[in-house]
Design a protein. Structure first.
Length: 235
């Protein structure tokens, strides 16, 4: 018997849907019965994580914990969460539950290190909240890797794209985003992480040019393997 997966979702709904789709497409299965049993709490009432971190909104930790507990009570045997910024509250959630909670940030950093020998710098494209809290820095520092982030002027373009996706805006220009990528690459960065699940969604929707590390795909593969099923891709 495979383990039941619980997804703390709603941050945002599209990213949650993309994660679910990735898990299904990446599972080595020949029938319905060979796929994962997945419980999703698409909790759209969770307050904006970046707003709180910037001192402008309600603390989302209570809602995140409630969602995690709800999934555990429904029978989830392990959890994942498709929101990079929300991992700022990871330890607060873990203390309140009794099932494993796979950390998307940690798994993504391990993937980068395993695939890029002697790497010294990595580029991060993420929300203001993720950038300011140093969520990725914390794990990359363990390997002596410096995290390069956009300048304040260019970070505006990243946030603009992220919130355009949240608004469901399909008429999006990627010019500013690509300029931001260019700015980071000019600092000697070869590996770029899509550190926001809206960017992971945008990558698929707009067929963005360039090569990126996608934490949403990494946690999907990790969840498949942790459940006891087989994934079509390896980490």
């Amino acid at each position: 018997m495979s383990k039941k997966l619980g997804i703390i979702g709603g941050m945002g709904p599209l990213a949650t849907a993309y994660l679910f789709k990735k898990i299904v497409l990446l599972t080595d299965a020949n029938s319905d019965q060979e796929h994962l049993h997945i419980l999703i709490d698409n909790n759209t009432s969770i307050p904006d994580r970046t707003s709180y971190i910037r001192g402008l909104g309600e603390d989302p930790s209570k809602y995140l914990i409630e969602s995690a507990k709800r999934l555990e009570n429904m029978g989830a045997e392990f959890l994942i969460m498709p929101c990079n910024t929300a991992h700022y509250f990871y330890e607060d959630i873990v203390k309140e539950i009794n099932v494993p909670f796979l950390n998307m940030i940690e798994e993504s950093v391990k993937f980068v290190i395993a695939r890029n020998e002697n790497i010294s710098k990595v580029g991060l494209l993420a929300t203001d909240g993720t950038c300011s809290t140093g969520i990725y820095d914390k794990y990359f520092q363990n390997y002596g890797v410096e995290v390069i982030k956009p300048s304040k002027a260019m970070q505006f373009h990243v946030m603009d794209l992220i919130y355009a996706i949240k608004k469901g805006n399909k008429e999006i220009t990627l010019e500013g985003f690509y300029k931001t990528v260019e700015e980071i690459r000019e600092q000697g960065v070869e590996v770029l992480v899509l550190g926001c699940t809206e960017l992971s969604s945008a990558y698929g929707i707009f067929k963005m040019k360039g090569s990126y590390i996608d934490p949403l795909e990494i946690i999907a593969i990790r969840a498949i393997n942790f459940s006891g099923k087989r994934s079509l891709k390896s980490l």
